[in-house]
Design a protein around this ligand. Structure first.
Ligand code: COA
Length: 337
């Protein structure tokens, strides 16, 4: 086989951060009509992290970003992308402020909103910038404080989501190096937009002239069709990206699925006929952290020694939009906290 010297984005740093406050299922059950048993059985989640007053998405993003830069050995990046659906403000985007607080004023920085698929979309966007020669080193952060858009009285969504951030640094390298990302498979289906939605707060509601219904400012989810779509889309996308990469399912050592629900991950494993042990899991401790989910599960697994250099990894995610995306990489030598 000849070496592949095409210019590619190579993973060279990773960092994660969770707000310190832990909310257990029992604590939720003291406020809502639910139970630890119900939540664990239906979702696999035991606890999640939640921000405290004074924190916001940028705070989490800066913490994770700083750790990723340290892991990469320095802050000499020339692009910052923050994948988030819960920016600090509707305008401006959060990334420039995050970049400045990381000492990166002057560096181009923008937000990317693809909800739970946001981190994989941001990886693809960063990889495209690197492949085109627009950037050499990119800081990609996934950060969300989704608990800020939940209806405190909705037991279904309160049980599922948590806050967190994870980040990686990508550098220009070649496609045959460990850590090289790609190919990618990305997709969307806007006919499912209503399945996971915050109805108010955007131009549609503001332009309607109708008074705001307070219920519309919160996130709503139609759980069962979302479950079915998540399983189908991640399974299909995983198959496509493997075909594009020329890998077989048995070549994959670790599957890093979007951490939405342990039952969804189990169903993807059954669909693909892969033993569940090869699927990384931290949803039990963090819940669904939206754009932070993929870097958090990768960072946690690397820190725990469940993901080691040389492992072939398939990353796949799905979320509101609907949107989904997958990629593959061989795990490189990285400094991990
Ligand atoms: N505690 C107790 N009962 C709950 C509950 C909770 N936290 N949340 C929902 N219920 C109730 C429902 O109200 C319903 O009660 P009813 O029968 O009296 O109407 C009952 O449990 C069953 O609800 P159902 O929606 O059929 O349960 P389910 O097995 O589909 O599980 C989800 C619900 C939300 C866990 C599941 O649909 C799911 O995981 N969906 C995907 C969500 C997701 O991953 N979203 C993010 C995608 S990126």
């Amino acid at each position: 086989m000849t070496a592949d010297h095409r210019r590619a984005a190579v993973l060279c740093g990773i960092g994660t951060w969770l707000p310190p406050r832990v909310v257990t299922n029992d604590e939720l059950a003291r406020q809502l009509d639910t139970s630890d048993e119900w939540i664990r059985k239906r979702t696999g989640i035991r606890e999640r992290r939640v921000i405290e007053p004074g924190m916001s998405t940028s705070v989490l993003a800066v913490e994770a970003g700083a750790r990723a830069l340290k892991s990469a050995g320095g802050a000499d990046v020339d692009l910052v992308i923050v994948a988030t659906t819960t920016p600090d403000h509707p305008c401006p985007s959060t990334a420039p402020e995050v970049a400045s607080r990381l000492g990166l004023s002057g560096v181009p920085a923008f937000d990317l909103n693809a909800v739970c698929a946001g981190f994989v979309y941001a990886l693809a966007t960063a990889a495209g910038h690197i492949a085109a020669g627009i950037a050499e080193r990119v800081l990609v952060i996934g950060a969300d404080t989704f608990t800020t858009v939940l209806n405190p009285e909705d037991r279904t969504t309160a049980a599922i989501f948590g806050d967190g951030a994870g980040a990686v640094v990508l550098r220009a390298g070649t496609a045959d190096e460990p850590g090289a990302l790609g190919p990618f498979d990305l997709g969307s289906d806007g006919t499912g937009a209503d399945l996971l939605i915050v109805p108010a707060g955007g131009s549609e509601q503001r332009g309607s002239g109708r008074p705001l219904d307070p219920a519309d400012v919160h996130f709503r989810m139609d759980g069962q069709p979302v479950f079915r779509n998540a399983v189908a889309r991640m399974s299909e996308s995983a198959g496509k990206v493997l075909d594009n990469a020329g890998w077989r399912l048995e070549d994959v050592d670790r599957f890093a699925c979007h951490q939405a629900n342990a039952r969804i991950i189990g169903a993807v494993a059954r669909n693909l006929r892969v033993p569940e042990e090869r699927f990384l899991l931290n949803v039990d401790r963090v819940g669904n952290t939206v754009a932070a989910s993929i870097p958090l599960v990768l960072g946690d697994a690397a820190a725990a020694g469940e993901l080691v250099p040389g492992n072939r990894v398939l990353v796949t995610s799905f979320g509101a939009g609907l949107g989904w995306g997958s990629t593959v990489l061989t795990w490189p030598e990285l400094v991990v906290e």
